[in-house]
Design a protein around this ligand. Structure first.
Ligand code: PFF
Length: 440
């Protein structure tokens, strides 16, 4: 496909991928996952999961995408394995599914920027969150968020996604670093750092069956794996750069930003005595406003900055999810990009209405996505790359990496076939058990 777009620079690809990885998962999901899974102990297992599972898995998606130069589903035809198209199809479906409720949370964030500017979250932030997170206003803000995502993706890879993420990712880092500085000046910072950064290994041992799958799931979700985003983004690479170097840069930046978010959230919570045990999706929207409303003018500035960061992060991830479906329809069916993006935006808006209407639906959509679709999709990808594509995958990974990688590439394949496969299998089994046991 000669007229297919590509990233203009290698940095453009890296920043777009970081933009995808850094999202609600880092700032909204990560703090409450940490809080419910034992604080620093969770952080430790998560870091191990990123290196041992996330990194090999992101390289698996990169290899498929760059070798095929084709979006999620067509990539498998292009590689000569049309029987495995289902892996791409599952990715496209799962991404679509996820974006429908991700956008609803994005809408809440827009709302909270306004609230933070006014410094008011109602007399009781919990009741307030209950009122604004579901219903007609949530539906309207979900529409607005979708519109923003459509507005970027409609302009394509270079003029839309690359251009936007080049500004968005540095903005996220700058604002977060400023906020970390503010967090460090708070009275509760010491206690918060201790909670967040000093692991109690007893907690890991005692709660391994729940902490490990939660950390693996968080690592996969946070690196935007399973939903064919990294296949799609890598398909737009024009060059022989070293994929392991790119993957490592993306994983390190993504993890660093997650940690920065924790260094902002926990000092605020500890200083106000709200405590870390803020389980559930309301964590950032209830506990944090509770803490912020006691900080006066500083609380407003910090609140606006914080919710703006979340919005940028959410949007730069949402566009990657939308791009997966758009690029499939454009590549495989020859549809026109702008119209396709707009139509998909409308369909996503409709699919998200139940989640915007009732948070029980949102939790259900989220748990199907993270506990079922994501680990199953990663499992299939690992089987495909580990066994079907295997020698070609190793060749592709070696490109641009110099001689030093001659030994590491087979090690990567071995890790996919053993550690990653095992971890994902266990995660699928445990997550599905949790799914069936969870109240909807
Ligand atoms: N990585 C994003 C986050 O942490 O919020 C979420 C995400 C985006 C997951 C895109 C999967 C994906 F394909």
């Amino acid at each position: 496909m000669s007229d297919r777009e590509t990233w203009t620079t290698r940095l453009g690809f890296i920043l777009a991928s970081v933009g995808s990885a850094v999202g609600l998962g880092n700032i909204w999901r990560f703090p409450f996952q940490t809080a419910t899974n034992g604080g620093a102990a969770f952080l430790f297992v998560y870091l191990v999961a990123v290196v041992v599972i996330g990194l090999p898995a992101i390289l698996a998606e990169f290899v498929v995408g760059r070798r095929a130069e084709m979006s999620a589903i067509g990539a498998f035809d292009e590689l000569g394995h049309p029987g495995w198209r289902a892996v791409g199809a599952l990715g496209v479906f799962a991404g679509f599914w996820t974006l429908s409720y991700y956008s609803v949370v994005g809408g809440w964030v827009i709302r909270y920027i306004g609230q933070a500017a006014m410094g008011s979250y109602g007399s009781n932030p919990k009741v307030f969150f209950g009122n604004v997170s579901a219903g007609p206003e949530a539906v309207a803000l979900h529409a607005l968020f979708m519109l923003l995502a459509v507005g970027i993706v409609a302009f394509g890879i270079e003029g839309g996604i690359e251009r936007a993420t080049k500004v968005m990712v540095p903005a996220i880092v700058l604002i977060l670093v400023g906020l970390v500085g503010y967090g460090a000046s708070l009275a509760g910072a010491g206690e918060a750092y201790d909670y967040f950064l000093t692991p109690d290994f007893g907690v890991i041992v005692a709660n391994a069956p729940s902490v490990i799958p939660a950390a693996v799931g968080q690592a996969l979700f946070s690196l935007s794996l399973g939903f064919a985003v990294m296949i799609t983004y890598a398909s737009y690479i024009d060059g022989d750069e070293s994929l392991p170097v790119d993957g490592l840069s993306i994983a390190v930046t993504n993890t660093a930003i997650g940690i920065l978010a924790g260094l902002v959230v926990f000092p605020l919570l500890f200083t106000q005595g709200v405590g870390p045990d803020t389980s559930g999706p309301g964590a950032v929207f209830i506990a944090l406003p509770t803490a912020l409303s006691d900080f006066g003018a500083a609380g407003r500035v910090v609140g606006v900055a914080f919710f703006v960061v979340i919005l940028i992060a959410a949007l730069s991830s949402a566009i990657s999810l939308l791009e997966v479906a758009v690029s499939y329809l454009v590549d495989t069916h020859g549809f026109e990009r702008r119209r396709t993006t707009a139509v998909l935006g409308v369909l996503l808006f409709l699919l998200g209405i139940p989640s915007a209407w009732d948070t029980a639906w949102l939790s259900w959509f989220d748990s199907i996505a993270v506990n079922l679709l994501l680990p199953v999709a990663v499992l299939l990808l690992v089987l495909f790359v580990g066994w079907v594509l295997a020698p070609d995958a190793v060749d592709e990974l070696r490109i641009g990496s110099g001689d030093s990688f001659d030994d590491l590439a087979p090690l990567w394949l071995w890790s996919l076939r053993t550690v990653v496969l095992l971890a994902v299998l266990v995660t699928v089994a445990l997550s599905v058990t949790e799914l069936t046991g969870a109240p909807v």
